[in-house]
Design a protein around this ligand. Structure first.
Ligand SMILES: [Fe+2]
Length: 323
Protein backbone atom coordinates (compact mmCIF):
# COMPACT_ATOMS: atom_id res chain seq x y z
CA UNK A 1 0.00 0.00 0.00
CA UNK A 2 1.34 3.42 -0.87
CA UNK A 3 1.44 5.98 1.92
CA UNK A 4 -0.65 8.37 -0.10
CA UNK A 5 -3.54 5.96 -0.71
CA UNK A 6 -5.19 6.83 2.60
CA UNK A 7 -3.95 10.41 2.77
CA UNK A 8 -3.79 11.70 -0.80
CA UNK A 9 -2.86 15.33 -1.52
CA UNK A 10 -6.33 15.65 -3.09
CA UNK A 11 -9.05 13.02 -3.20
CA UNK A 12 -9.57 11.44 -6.61
CA UNK A 13 -12.41 8.92 -6.25
CA UNK A 14 -12.51 7.25 -9.68
CA UNK A 15 -12.14 7.62 -13.42
CA UNK A 16 -15.20 9.47 -14.63
CA UNK A 17 -14.98 10.16 -18.36
CA UNK A 18 -12.93 10.15 -21.54
CA UNK A 19 -13.04 12.80 -24.26
CA UNK A 20 -12.41 11.61 -27.82
CA UNK A 21 -12.20 13.41 -31.16
CA UNK A 22 -13.97 11.65 -34.04
CA UNK A 23 -14.31 12.43 -37.75
CA UNK A 24 -17.98 11.58 -38.24
CA UNK A 25 -20.09 12.32 -35.19
CA UNK A 26 -23.21 10.59 -36.51
CA UNK A 27 -21.29 7.41 -37.35
CA UNK A 28 -19.60 7.38 -33.95
CA UNK A 29 -22.84 7.94 -32.07
CA UNK A 30 -24.41 5.08 -34.06
CA UNK A 31 -21.51 2.84 -33.03
CA UNK A 32 -21.52 3.77 -29.36
CA UNK A 33 -25.31 3.67 -28.95
CA UNK A 34 -26.13 0.80 -31.34
CA UNK A 35 -23.21 -1.54 -30.61
CA UNK A 36 -22.06 -0.57 -27.11
CA UNK A 37 -25.52 0.47 -25.93
CA UNK A 38 -24.51 3.80 -24.42
CA UNK A 39 -27.27 6.35 -23.84
CA UNK A 40 -26.95 9.74 -25.53
CA UNK A 41 -27.55 12.44 -22.94
CA UNK A 42 -27.35 15.34 -25.37
CA UNK A 43 -25.65 16.62 -28.48
CA UNK A 44 -24.60 20.24 -28.72
CA UNK A 45 -22.09 22.31 -30.69
CA UNK A 46 -20.53 19.38 -32.53
CA UNK A 47 -20.15 17.17 -29.46
CA UNK A 48 -22.13 14.20 -28.17
CA UNK A 49 -22.33 13.29 -24.47
CA UNK A 50 -23.00 9.66 -23.61
CA UNK A 51 -23.31 7.50 -20.51
CA UNK A 52 -23.74 3.85 -19.52
CA UNK A 53 -27.18 2.60 -18.52
CA UNK A 54 -26.22 2.43 -14.83
CA UNK A 55 -24.68 5.90 -14.74
CA UNK A 56 -26.47 8.96 -13.41
CA UNK A 57 -23.73 11.43 -14.31
CA UNK A 58 -24.17 13.57 -17.42
CA UNK A 59 -21.51 11.69 -19.39
CA UNK A 60 -18.71 9.18 -19.25
CA UNK A 61 -17.84 9.53 -22.94
CA UNK A 62 -17.64 12.78 -24.88
CA UNK A 63 -17.29 12.63 -28.67
CA UNK A 64 -16.12 15.83 -30.37
CA UNK A 65 -16.22 16.16 -34.15
CA UNK A 66 -12.82 16.91 -35.63
CA UNK A 67 -10.84 16.09 -38.76
CA UNK A 68 -8.14 14.34 -36.74
CA UNK A 69 -9.08 11.54 -34.32
CA UNK A 70 -7.40 11.77 -30.93
CA UNK A 71 -8.02 11.68 -27.20
CA UNK A 72 -8.35 15.07 -25.54
CA UNK A 73 -8.17 13.89 -21.95
CA UNK A 74 -8.98 11.33 -19.28
CA UNK A 75 -11.42 12.63 -16.68
CA UNK A 76 -11.32 11.81 -12.99
CA UNK A 77 -13.81 12.63 -10.27
CA UNK A 78 -12.65 14.19 -7.02
CA UNK A 79 -14.65 13.97 -3.81
CA UNK A 80 -15.41 17.65 -3.22
CA UNK A 81 -14.90 21.02 -4.84
CA UNK A 82 -12.18 21.82 -2.32
CA UNK A 83 -10.13 18.95 -3.75
CA UNK A 84 -9.87 20.87 -7.01
CA UNK A 85 -8.19 23.76 -5.21
CA UNK A 86 -5.92 21.29 -3.43
CA UNK A 87 -5.06 19.72 -6.79
CA UNK A 88 -4.26 23.11 -8.32
CA UNK A 89 -1.91 23.89 -5.44
CA UNK A 90 -0.36 20.41 -5.59
CA UNK A 91 0.48 20.65 -9.27
CA UNK A 92 1.64 24.29 -8.98
CA UNK A 93 4.15 23.19 -6.34
CA UNK A 94 5.47 20.59 -8.78
CA UNK A 95 5.67 23.10 -11.62
CA UNK A 96 2.95 21.26 -13.56
CA UNK A 97 0.71 23.51 -15.63
CA UNK A 98 -3.04 23.49 -15.02
CA UNK A 99 -5.94 25.62 -16.15
CA UNK A 100 -9.59 26.04 -15.24
CA UNK A 101 -11.75 24.94 -18.14
CA UNK A 102 -15.43 24.39 -18.87
CA UNK A 103 -17.24 21.34 -20.17
CA UNK A 104 -20.98 20.92 -20.61
CA UNK A 105 -22.55 18.98 -17.75
CA UNK A 106 -19.58 19.35 -15.42
CA UNK A 107 -18.99 21.55 -12.42
CA UNK A 108 -15.75 23.41 -11.92
CA UNK A 109 -13.10 21.63 -13.98
CA UNK A 110 -9.33 21.64 -13.66
CA UNK A 111 -7.27 20.54 -16.68
CA UNK A 112 -3.82 19.16 -15.99
CA UNK A 113 -0.94 18.84 -18.43
CA UNK A 114 0.65 15.91 -16.64
CA UNK A 115 4.43 15.61 -17.11
CA UNK A 116 3.94 12.13 -18.58
CA UNK A 117 2.17 13.77 -21.52
CA UNK A 118 -1.21 12.48 -20.36
CA UNK A 119 -3.98 15.04 -20.34
CA UNK A 120 -6.15 14.85 -17.23
CA UNK A 121 -9.35 16.61 -16.27
CA UNK A 122 -10.62 16.79 -12.70
CA UNK A 123 -14.12 17.67 -11.60
CA UNK A 124 -16.15 17.18 -8.43
CA UNK A 125 -19.63 17.14 -9.95
CA UNK A 126 -21.75 16.53 -13.00
CA UNK A 127 -25.36 17.26 -13.83
CA UNK A 128 -27.50 14.36 -12.62
CA UNK A 129 -29.53 12.48 -15.22
CA UNK A 130 -31.83 9.45 -14.97
CA UNK A 131 -30.39 5.95 -14.58
CA UNK A 132 -31.86 3.87 -17.40
CA UNK A 133 -30.85 0.49 -15.96
CA UNK A 134 -34.42 -0.67 -15.46
CA UNK A 135 -35.73 0.66 -18.79
CA UNK A 136 -35.36 -2.83 -20.21
CA UNK A 137 -37.24 -2.19 -23.43
CA UNK A 138 -34.81 0.56 -24.44
CA UNK A 139 -31.61 -1.47 -24.07
CA UNK A 140 -29.36 -1.70 -27.11
CA UNK A 141 -26.21 -3.57 -28.09
CA UNK A 142 -23.97 -4.54 -25.19
CA UNK A 143 -26.00 -2.34 -22.82
CA UNK A 144 -22.77 -1.22 -21.14
CA UNK A 145 -23.27 -0.39 -17.48
CA UNK A 146 -20.50 2.04 -16.50
CA UNK A 147 -17.02 3.22 -17.37
CA UNK A 148 -14.41 1.21 -15.50
CA UNK A 149 -10.88 2.19 -16.59
CA UNK A 150 -8.57 3.51 -19.25
CA UNK A 151 -5.30 1.92 -20.32
CA UNK A 152 -2.50 4.09 -21.59
CA UNK A 153 0.84 3.18 -23.16
CA UNK A 154 3.81 5.06 -21.76
CA UNK A 155 7.55 4.63 -22.28
CA UNK A 156 8.28 4.86 -18.55
CA UNK A 157 5.76 2.85 -16.52
CA UNK A 158 7.81 3.13 -13.34
CA UNK A 159 8.25 6.89 -13.47
CA UNK A 160 4.70 7.63 -14.60
CA UNK A 161 3.34 5.18 -12.05
CA UNK A 162 5.26 6.80 -9.23
CA UNK A 163 3.72 10.14 -10.19
CA UNK A 164 0.22 8.70 -9.94
CA UNK A 165 1.02 6.84 -6.71
CA UNK A 166 2.08 10.18 -5.23
CA UNK A 167 -1.41 11.44 -6.16
CA UNK A 168 -2.99 8.63 -4.09
CA UNK A 169 -3.38 5.83 -6.58
CA UNK A 170 -2.56 2.33 -5.35
CA UNK A 171 -1.11 -0.53 -7.40
CA UNK A 172 -3.72 -3.28 -7.24
CA UNK A 173 -1.70 -5.42 -9.61
CA UNK A 174 1.73 -5.13 -11.18
CA UNK A 175 3.52 -7.01 -13.96
CA UNK A 176 7.29 -7.15 -13.58
CA UNK A 177 9.90 -7.95 -16.17
CA UNK A 178 11.30 -11.29 -14.98
CA UNK A 179 15.00 -10.57 -15.43
CA UNK A 180 15.11 -6.93 -14.30
CA UNK A 181 12.16 -6.59 -11.95
CA UNK A 182 11.13 -3.48 -13.88
CA UNK A 183 7.44 -2.60 -13.65
CA UNK A 184 6.08 -2.88 -17.21
CA UNK A 185 2.37 -3.13 -16.39
CA UNK A 186 0.69 -1.28 -13.56
CA UNK A 187 -2.97 -1.44 -12.54
CA UNK A 188 -3.72 1.69 -10.51
CA UNK A 189 -6.93 2.25 -8.64
CA UNK A 190 -8.79 4.65 -6.39
CA UNK A 191 -12.19 2.95 -6.40
CA UNK A 192 -12.50 -0.56 -5.00
CA UNK A 193 -11.69 -2.64 -8.04
CA UNK A 194 -8.35 -3.32 -9.75
CA UNK A 195 -8.21 -0.40 -12.10
CA UNK A 196 -9.06 3.18 -12.83
CA UNK A 197 -5.90 3.71 -14.86
CA UNK A 198 -3.66 1.01 -16.33
CA UNK A 199 -0.14 1.80 -17.52
CA UNK A 200 1.53 -0.44 -20.10
CA UNK A 201 5.06 -0.15 -21.46
CA UNK A 202 5.44 1.01 -25.06
CA UNK A 203 5.61 3.99 -27.39
CA UNK A 204 3.60 6.76 -25.86
CA UNK A 205 1.89 8.44 -24.34
CA UNK A 206 -1.07 6.97 -26.20
CA UNK A 207 -4.51 5.76 -25.18
CA UNK A 208 -4.72 2.02 -25.79
CA UNK A 209 -8.36 1.63 -24.79
CA UNK A 210 -11.12 2.65 -22.45
CA UNK A 211 -13.24 0.00 -20.83
CA UNK A 212 -16.89 -0.36 -19.88
CA UNK A 213 -18.49 -3.04 -17.75
CA UNK A 214 -21.22 -5.22 -19.26
CA UNK A 215 -23.68 -7.30 -17.29
CA UNK A 216 -22.89 -10.74 -18.65
CA UNK A 217 -21.28 -12.73 -21.45
CA UNK A 218 -24.47 -12.62 -23.47
CA UNK A 219 -24.13 -8.83 -23.70
CA UNK A 220 -20.65 -9.30 -25.17
CA UNK A 221 -21.86 -11.77 -27.79
CA UNK A 222 -24.85 -9.60 -28.62
CA UNK A 223 -22.49 -6.66 -29.29
CA UNK A 224 -20.31 -8.92 -31.46
CA UNK A 225 -23.36 -10.01 -33.44
CA UNK A 226 -24.42 -6.40 -33.88
CA UNK A 227 -20.90 -5.51 -35.05
CA UNK A 228 -21.36 -8.09 -37.80
CA UNK A 229 -24.77 -6.72 -38.63
CA UNK A 230 -23.41 -3.15 -38.77
CA UNK A 231 -20.72 -4.27 -41.22
CA UNK A 232 -17.83 -3.90 -38.80
CA UNK A 233 -17.44 -7.50 -37.70
CA UNK A 234 -13.72 -7.35 -38.53
CA UNK A 235 -13.41 -4.63 -35.88
CA UNK A 236 -14.10 -7.17 -33.14
CA UNK A 237 -10.38 -7.03 -32.58
CA UNK A 238 -9.61 -9.43 -29.75
CA UNK A 239 -11.57 -11.88 -27.66
CA UNK A 240 -13.79 -12.74 -26.04
CA UNK A 241 -11.09 -13.99 -23.70
CA UNK A 242 -9.81 -13.67 -20.17
CA UNK A 243 -7.02 -11.59 -18.65
CA UNK A 244 -5.12 -13.07 -15.71
CA UNK A 245 -4.72 -9.70 -13.96
CA UNK A 246 -8.11 -8.66 -12.62
CA UNK A 247 -9.51 -12.01 -13.76
CA UNK A 248 -11.32 -9.92 -16.36
CA UNK A 249 -13.32 -11.52 -19.17
CA UNK A 250 -12.89 -9.17 -22.12
CA UNK A 251 -13.64 -8.32 -25.72
CA UNK A 252 -12.17 -5.39 -27.67
CA UNK A 253 -13.74 -3.42 -30.51
CA UNK A 254 -12.37 -0.66 -32.75
CA UNK A 255 -14.71 2.26 -33.37
CA UNK A 256 -15.09 4.02 -36.77
CA UNK A 257 -11.94 6.08 -36.07
CA UNK A 258 -9.90 3.18 -34.73
CA UNK A 259 -10.34 4.17 -31.09
CA UNK A 260 -10.44 1.01 -29.00
CA UNK A 261 -13.19 0.15 -26.51
CA UNK A 262 -13.12 -2.86 -24.21
CA UNK A 263 -16.05 -4.59 -22.56
CA UNK A 264 -15.34 -6.50 -19.37
CA UNK A 265 -17.47 -8.43 -16.94
CA UNK A 266 -17.73 -6.94 -13.45
CA UNK A 267 -14.18 -7.16 -12.05
CA UNK A 268 -13.05 -8.53 -8.71
CA UNK A 269 -13.19 -6.14 -5.78
CA UNK A 270 -10.33 -4.73 -3.71
CA UNK A 271 -12.33 -3.97 -0.60
CA UNK A 272 -9.71 -3.44 2.10
CA UNK A 273 -7.00 -0.80 2.17
CA UNK A 274 -4.36 -3.30 3.27
CA UNK A 275 -4.95 -5.84 0.51
CA UNK A 276 -1.56 -6.72 -1.00
CA UNK A 277 -0.61 -5.85 -4.55
CA UNK A 278 -0.92 -8.86 -6.86
CA UNK A 279 2.43 -9.39 -8.58
CA UNK A 280 2.77 -11.08 -11.97
CA UNK A 281 6.02 -11.98 -13.72
CA UNK A 282 6.59 -11.97 -17.46
CA UNK A 283 7.74 -15.56 -16.98
CA UNK A 284 4.11 -16.44 -16.19
CA UNK A 285 2.58 -15.72 -19.59
CA UNK A 286 0.32 -18.72 -19.20
CA UNK A 287 -1.19 -17.03 -16.14
CA UNK A 288 -1.30 -13.50 -17.58
CA UNK A 289 -3.12 -14.80 -20.69
CA UNK A 290 -4.54 -18.12 -19.43
CA UNK A 291 -6.10 -19.21 -22.73
CA UNK A 292 -7.05 -18.05 -26.20
CA UNK A 293 -5.28 -16.79 -29.28
CA UNK A 294 -2.33 -14.37 -29.13
CA UNK A 295 -3.16 -10.67 -29.27
CA UNK A 296 -3.22 -9.54 -32.91
CA UNK A 297 -0.41 -7.31 -34.11
CA UNK A 298 -2.62 -4.25 -34.49
CA UNK A 299 -3.83 -4.62 -30.89
CA UNK A 300 -0.16 -4.47 -29.83
CA UNK A 301 0.90 -1.60 -32.06
CA UNK A 302 -2.02 0.74 -32.72
CA UNK A 303 -3.38 3.25 -30.23
CA UNK A 304 -4.84 6.74 -30.04
CA UNK A 305 -2.64 9.81 -29.63
CA UNK A 306 -3.45 12.51 -27.12
CA UNK A 307 -4.39 15.75 -28.87
CA UNK A 308 -1.26 17.74 -29.68
CA UNK A 309 1.04 15.46 -27.68
CA UNK A 310 4.15 14.02 -29.31
CA UNK A 311 4.64 10.24 -29.05
CA UNK A 312 8.12 9.64 -27.66
CA UNK A 313 9.15 6.56 -29.61
CA UNK A 314 7.89 4.00 -32.04
CA UNK A 315 7.32 0.41 -30.99
CA UNK A 316 4.95 -2.25 -29.88
CA UNK A 317 3.58 -2.89 -26.44
CA UNK A 318 5.84 -4.75 -24.06
CA UNK A 319 6.17 -8.48 -24.44
CA UNK A 320 3.75 -9.39 -21.68
CA UNK A 321 0.84 -8.42 -23.89
CA UNK A 322 2.36 -10.05 -26.96
CA UNK A 323 1.45 -13.55 -25.92
FE1 LIG B 1 -8.60 -2.94 -20.02
Amino acid sequence: MTDTYLTPPFRITRISHVVMRVRDLDASVRFYTGLAGLVETTREDGAAYLRGIEETSHHSLVLIRDDTPSCDCLGFRVLADSDLDAAEAYFAALGVSTEWTERLGQGRTLSVNHPSGLRLELTASMTRVPRTLTDYATRKGGAVLRLNHAQVIVPDVDGTGSGFEAMGFRAAEVIRQADTGQRIGLFLHRKNDPHDLVLALGAGPRLHHFSYIVGDLQAMFRACDIAGEMGCGSEVERGPGRHGPGNSAFVYFRDPDGHRIEFILPPMQFMDADEPTAVWSTEEKHKIVPWGQPAPQRWREEATSFTGVQVSQEGALARWVAT
